[in-house]
Design a protein around this ligand. Structure first.
Ligand SMILES: *Cc1c(COP(=O)(O)O)cnc(C)c1O
Length: 376
């Protein structure tokens, strides 16, 4: 829409927040000449472990690699079952397939969109080896319940914390509850390194195995004790990550403020349900996700289209549960399991909440929604 005096506002659904500190950090690495693994990566690992409150953090190339190596490190293998949520990014479940193990999907809690512990209990068999809990949209899952289940049934507990950097459950940071946890530093996440990932754990054996596997199974120079990959993080990524980590709490506070503003205004609009926040958690709003109910005058997809025309970026996390992905359909997964996940996939809509969204943007978003309703 171009008409001289009128410039359309655009509010993207995600945007990395980078400043002069990140630029200085990159310059520092370039001047040092150490571009791949080195002291910068080790410093990032140490600082990240301290921030999360764990003994070990191992930096890797991306969050998907972190999941793959975490599962490999705890020994998930062919014939094992791993229970997880179907309402997450595909990487969570694919990491299980990469071990030739079987992803078993349990349904979600329709209020939080996180795994429902009772559904998980029903899926446990004598082949179950582990549970991967995802802290979806930045809201911690019920880690008290999942720790108990894992202990009672002698299962490994893995946290996919790719969307929950700095989130807390009962005052404790996600990424410190499970036997092992993973983070992603993709540009849309709460902090970024471009591409990047981290494995966190209090278990030295697991940390050592991830270090070995990310680096060609090499225990000492040119001595390869097992089959590994090159999934190391670069020093440039680590330097950006160190600068971002120092800003993470600030970023999260802005996300939380934005979420509060959105919820305050949206709760008066019929047919839109703002996110439910478990009183025991610190939610870091990787995504701000509303649910479009039947009494809203438009469909979710119509609303998304009209918002796009007003320059407001939204997204659907996620448009289908993982078992309905063509890959999983081909693997023989039933298409009508986990009704709560199926229902959520038809109703959720993510609105911009990232730290570059300003209160005036939120006013614009709310006014736009009201205008769209009045014309419906
Ligand atoms: C982003 C994400 C991943 C994968 O991380 P990448 O760094 O993109 O490989 C895994 N799980 C969840 C829940 C994610 O959101």
């Amino acid at each position: 829409m171009v008409c001289g005096a009128y410039i359309m506002k655009t509010i993207p659904i995600a945007k990395p927040f980078l400043g002069k500190e990140e630029l200085e950090a990159v310059k520092r690495v370039m001047k040092s000449g150490i571009l791949a693994h080195g002291p910068e990566v080790e410093a990032f690992e140490k600082e990240f472990a301290e921030y999360i409150g764990v003994k070990y953090a191992v930096a890797v190339a991306n969050g998907t690699a972190a999941l793959d190596l975490a599962l490999k490190a705890i020994g998930v293998k062919e014939g094992d079952e791993v229970i997880t949520t179907p309402f997450t990014f595909i990487a969570t479940a694919n990491a299980i397939l990469f071990q030739r193990a079987k992803p078993v999907f349990a349904d979600i809690d329709p209020k939080t969109y996180n795994l429902d512990q009772n559904e998980v209990l029903e899926k446990i068999t004598n082949k179950t080896k582990a549970i991967i809990v995802v802290h979806l949209y930045g809201q911690p899952a019920d880690m008290k319940a999942f720790k108990e289940i894992a202990e009672d049934h002698k299962l490994y507990l893995i946290e996919d914390s790719a969307q929950a950097h700095g989130a807390e459950f009962m005052g404790q940071k996600t990424g410190s509850f499970g036997d092992v946890a993973i983070f992603s530093f993709y540009p849309t996440k709460n902090m970024t390194t471009g591409e990047g990932g981290m494995v966190t754990t209090n278990n030295k054996e697991i940390a050592d195995r991830v270090k070995l596997l990310r680096n060609h199974g090499q225990s000492e120079k040119y001595l390869h004790v097992e089959l590994g990959w090159n999934l190391r993080m670069t020093s440039i990524a680590a330097a950006i990550g160190r600068a971002q980590l120092r800003k993470l709490d600030k970023f999260n506070e802005i996300r939380r403020r934005n979420a509060e503003l959105l919820t305050r205004r949206l709760s008066r609009i019929r047919g839109i349900t703002p996110p439910y926040v478990d009183p025991r958690v610190k939610h870091v709003f990787h995504q701000y996700v509303v649910r479009i109910e039947d009494d809203f005058p438009l469909s979710r997809d119509e609303l998304q289209k009209l918002l796009r025309e007003k320059g407001i970026g939204t997204a659907i996390h996620y448009p289908r549960p993982i078992f309905q992905q063509p890959l999983y359909k081909r693997l023989g997964y039933k298409q009508d399991i986990c009704p709560n996940a199926i229902d959520a996939s038809k109703r959720v809509l993510s609105l911009p909440v990232h730290p570059l969204v300003e209160p005036s943007d939120i006013e614009y978003i709310i006014n736009s929604i009201q205008e769209i309703i009045s014309l419906a």
